[in-house]
Write a protein that binds this ligand. Structure first.
Ligand code: CP
Ligand code: NVA
Length: 307
């Protein structure tokens, strides 16, 4: 079955074999790009990119990705469209669908990207919402496969604030058969809503899914340690949250509690020496820049399959 015409908003909308198809395509497109083999499968196609929040990786990797696929990407900045003056998401979706072949959006509320997908007649990609970050996790799983050779049966431990990235890990890694442990302090653990969805997936795929409040317990036997910022875009900083999360910092002592060949991941941008020490980020376990690169290849795969 083809993924053509599908939205890429929530990993839970996909079956394991469909995410496998995305990952296989991502590996293939990466090989092609490295060998400089042409792969202009989206010649003449246009991607509209709506950004309500800042971005380095998502913007550049989608734009360069479209160029490499033979297409074109348009960057629509937060204040630069009529969305900023009150035109509805639904109307914007209908208009953009008349010009473009696919829309990518980075939004605040997850309902905004769902609304966009509802009204667009072309596929919509979630480039991050407050609830989910599905493209990131496809690039991450591509990176894990490159370093570990497979996904199924591996243990990923996310430590830190429960957010859009950890939510998508709970879905995507579970669908692909990984054991997922979230280590977060009380008050910053996964929401009931994501717990319900991820638990259903873990039952379906017969995987282990656990939430613990102790970072050392979380990373025990981990093949992958993952962390992200204490404060996501749009969240107010607070000393209380920082104090709660500091013991979950990924540093050398914590990394030593996992398997000796553990890889350390971060979606970036990192706040060095807050959630992740520079020593670990620049050290031998870190694969953070491979992850960043794979945003390009994984998103090219998504685009090539759904457009
Ligand atoms: N990881 C990620 O989405 O990075 P940007 O915010 O730079 O796009
Ligand atoms: N959780 C972070 C991810 C940034 C890519 C945020 O939403 O700001």
């Amino acid at each position: 079955m083809s993924l053509k015409g599908r939205n890429f908003v929530d990993l839970a909308d996909f079956e394991r074999f469909e995410l496998r198809q995305v990952l296989d395509t991502a590996h293939d497109l990466k090989r092609k790009q490295k060998r400089e083999e042409p792969h202009e499968v989206l010649k003449g196609k246009s991607l509209a990119m709506i950004f309500m929040k800042s971005s380095t990786r998502t913007r550049v990797s989608f734009e360069v990705g479209m160029t490499q696929l033979g297409g074109h990407a348009l960057y629509l900045e937060p204040g630069g469209t009529q969305l900023g003056r009150g035109e509805t998401i639904g109307d914007t979706a209908q208009v953009l669908s008349r010009y473009c072949d696919v829309i990518m959006a980075r939004v605040y509320g997850h309902d905004e990207v769902v609304d966009l997908a509802k009204h667009a007649s072309v596929p919509v990609i979630n480039g991050l919402s407050d609830f989910l970050h599905p493209c990131q996790i496809m690039a991450d799983m591509q990176t894990i496969e490159e370093h570990k050779g497979n996904l199924e049966g591996l243990k990923i431990s996310y430590v830190g604030d429960s957010n859009n990235v950890s939510n998508s890990i709970m879905q995507g890694c579970t669908i692909m058969g990984m054991e997922v442990t979230i280590g977060s302090p009380k008050g910053y653990t996964p929401s009931d809503s994501i717990m319900k969805r991820a638990t259903a997936l873990s039952k379906r795929y017969k995987t282990k899914l656990k939430v613990v409040n102790d970072p050392v317990e979380a990373v025990k036997d981990a093949d992958v340690i993952y962390t992200d910022t204490f404060f996501s875009m749009g969240q107010e900083k607070s000393k209380e949250k920082e104090d709660a999360l500091m013991p979950f910092q990924v540093n050398k002592t914590l990394v030593e509690k996992a398997k000796s060949d553990v890889i350390v991941m971060h979606c970036l941008p990192a706040h060095r020496d807050e959630e992740l020490t520079s020593e670990v980020m620049d050290g031998p376990h870190s694969v953070v820049f491979d992850q960043a690169e794979n945003r390009l290849h994984a998103q090219k795969a998504i685009l090539a399959l759904i457009v």
